[in-house]
Design a binder for this molecule. Structure first.
Ligand code: HEC
Length: 196
């Protein structure tokens, strides 16, 4: 073979190798697209839920309370008041479920103002203990309910602003009155089915 012919063979082999490389890269990519791990789905949901919760608390509740424009109360529907941040979360979870997406989320705590928000299952109890010790990541697990299997994640719910601790520390039904800024006040539980 001449030098020129050899150079052409080298070019063709290189192109073929590059083509094989890119085909397998596409396969790898579409492989990951086929199934996002449930822990990642929970992280995405958590990011959106917490962004709304934090924005509502800081820029709506905090602001309107400070400026004395509106008050908040448990009885917000009947009175001219704002829903509490926990009620905002509860109402939006119920609305999300109404769309048919079987995702639910709620707040729990070891020091609940409302006893109904105490951990109700072994999974929730363990989740709260875990996020108290390691607040930077979620506690996750598979929860079996009959034939259906659910993915559950508990994330730390922190006192992100003064208004969180001001309200909880002074609430007559709160079993704890010394929350500080950035404390883990409870947990956000997110649950969705593994086989929707
Ligand atoms: C204006 C008062 C008020 C503010 C502000 C407030 N909360 Fe609450 N929070 C409550 C009340 C009252 C409940 C119980 C309501 C119910 O379920 O009936 C509650 C419920 C909770 C719960 C569930 C456990 C429990 O205590 O019943 C957590 C966790 C929680 N709040 C954390 C926070 C965090 C974190 C913030 C700030 C981002 C915050 N709260 C802001 C009054 C407040």
């Amino acid at each position: 073979m001449t030098g020129k012919a050899l150079a052409w063979v080298a070019v063709i082999v290189t192109i073929a190798l590059l083509a094989i490389g890119s085909v397998s890269a596409v396969e790898k990519d579409s492989g990951t697209l086929r199934g996002i791990p449930p822990g990642t789905v929970a992280d995405y949901l958590h990011a959106v839920i917490m962004a709304h919760r934090t924005f509502y608390t800081i820029h709506i509740v905090n602001r309107l309370l400070q400026e004395g424009i509106l008050d908040t109360s448990e009885n917000w529907r009947a009175t001219n008041t704002l829903p509490l941040p926990v009620q905002f979360l509860k109402e939006t979870s119920e609305m999300a479920e109404l769309t048919g997406a079987k995702v639910r989320y709620h707040l729990i705590s070891q020091w609940p103002i409302n006893k109904a928000n105490a951990p109700a299952t072994e999974f929730e109890r363990r989740g709260l203990e875990a996020v108290q010790m390691h607040p930077d990541g979620p506690y996750t697990g598979i929860i079996g309910r009959g034939k259906e299997q659910f993915f559950g994640a508990v994330y730390a719910d922190r006192a992100v602003t003064q208004v969180c601790i001001g309200c909880h520390n002074s609430h007559p039904n709160s079993p704890k009155s010394d929350f500080k800024i950035d404390d883990v006040m409870g947990g956000l539980v997110i649950i969705f089915p593994l086989n929707p």
